[in-house]
Design a protein around this ligand. Structure first.
Ligand code: G3P
Ligand code: MG
Length: 346
């Protein structure tokens, strides 16, 4: 680990450090756990020269299942006992919209079949529809996809000609971009009533559109990065602009947005990390974001005034030039990143 810079007498009661760890490209690559991930977690859990637990959260633009389910899966993969309070995924912050839309019809995109419908209902949304429901209502909406039996079994019968959609939430990566782009264009151009007459969008945009992950690319277990939810957004906006002459206004959440980093800071402060002083003796902890994507992890951390450590195990490829957003430090992997921060704690 390297020799701690202080004599044992000066070891602080608490290391003034707190971490937000990205997942894809830092801890995991698709289903595979990266080699240094488990030891990095063990170091944060107390296996370090200071013998002290260091507050950390997992902050991902991923998602697609409930926080409970993902925390259980990650704990098994990483060999630790994560608490749900340590986990923030892309759509966690969508909860803030429940009070505004809970009694309105909303369309939730992404994820497997209707997993995210149930999650949106668990969040508190009451009238949640999917694009598979739309196709089950009228197969002519998109004649190039026939619902499979398993898909059909998850649909809910809805008369969309009398169901005004107030908002569209893209919770996770859509599985059928063609169907979802078609339905997005239908809902928005018809002011919420699919199949209804197109409205004049110049002065009236009744349907709200919210994305929670701007990643154009992300690192899975393929040798090159994969298209993310940000790429779906570009595909939709490209089609919509070709149809109407303009892109459609939307709300963007997820890293690198301020909303997501503010939320992460508040969560870390609850866990005893973050910038808030936890007591009169310890210095306020320094926040570190460890990520693989300069456009999301590093850009967001830099804008939030955190320290940022870029690792070489994900989206950013050192062979292709310097990162678009300069980190505080560049490390080979997540373990090297954690050790560097500990060895450089002031
Ligand atoms: O869909 C997940 C991907 O966009 C990136 O996830 O963990 O690298 O923020 P993560
Ligand atoms: Mg990542």
């Amino acid at each position: 680990y390297g020799t701690p810079r202080r004599s044992s007498a000066a070891v602080p009661r608490k290391l003034p450090l707190a971490f937000a760890l990205d997942i894809d490209g830092v801890l995991l690559r698709g289903p595979d756990v990266l080699p240094s991930a488990m030891s990095a977690i063990r170091i944060l859990e107390g296996n370090n020269p200071y013998k002290t637990k260091i507050p950390y959260i997992l902050l991902t633009n991923g998602g697609g299942m409930s926080e409970e389910a993902r925390v259980e899966k990650l704990s098994k993969q990483l060999g630790c006992n994560l608490d749900i309070s340590q986990y923030i995924q892309a759509h966690t912050v969508m909860k803030q919209f429940v009070c505004k839309y809970k009694n309105k019809h909303v369309l939730v995109l992404g994820g497997k079949r209707d997993v995210l419908r149930h999650l949106a209902e668990d969040y508190g949304f009451r009238y949640v529809h999917t694009t598979l429901d739309v196709l089950a209502w009228n197969p002519a909406v998109w004649p190039f996809h026939q619902l499979t039996e398993p898909e059909n079994a998850t649909t809910r019968r809805t008369e969309f000609s009398r169901t005004p959609i107030a908002a569209i939430f893209v919770f996770h990566d859509p599985r059928n971009w063609a169907l979802d782009v078609q339905v997005l264009c239908d809902v928005i151009q018809s002011g919420g009533i699919i199949g209804g007459p197109y409205i004049n969008l110049k002065d009236h945009k009744p349907v709200d559109l919210i994305f929670c992950n701007p990643d154009l690319l992300w690192r899975s277990d393929f040798p090159n990065s994969r298209l993310g939810q940000g790429a779906f957004k570009e595909a939709f906006q490209g089609v919509f602009k070709a149809l109407t002459g303009n892109e459609y206004p939307y709300v963007q959440l997820g890293k690198p947005t301020k909303v997501t980093y503010d939320y992460a800071k508040a969560v870390l402060e609850q866990l005893g990390g973050g910038a808030k002083k936890t007591n009169s003796i310890d210095k306020p902890p320094r926040m570190y974001m460890i990520g693989d994507n300069p456009e999301s992890d590093i850009a967001g951390a830099n804008a939030a005034g955190w320290n940022s450590i870029l690792v070489k195990t994900g989206v950013w490829d050192p062979e292709r030039g310097p990162p678009t957003h300069p980190p505080t430090h560049i490390a080979d992997d997540v373990k090297a990143a954690v050790l560097w921060a500990i060895e450089n704690v002031q």
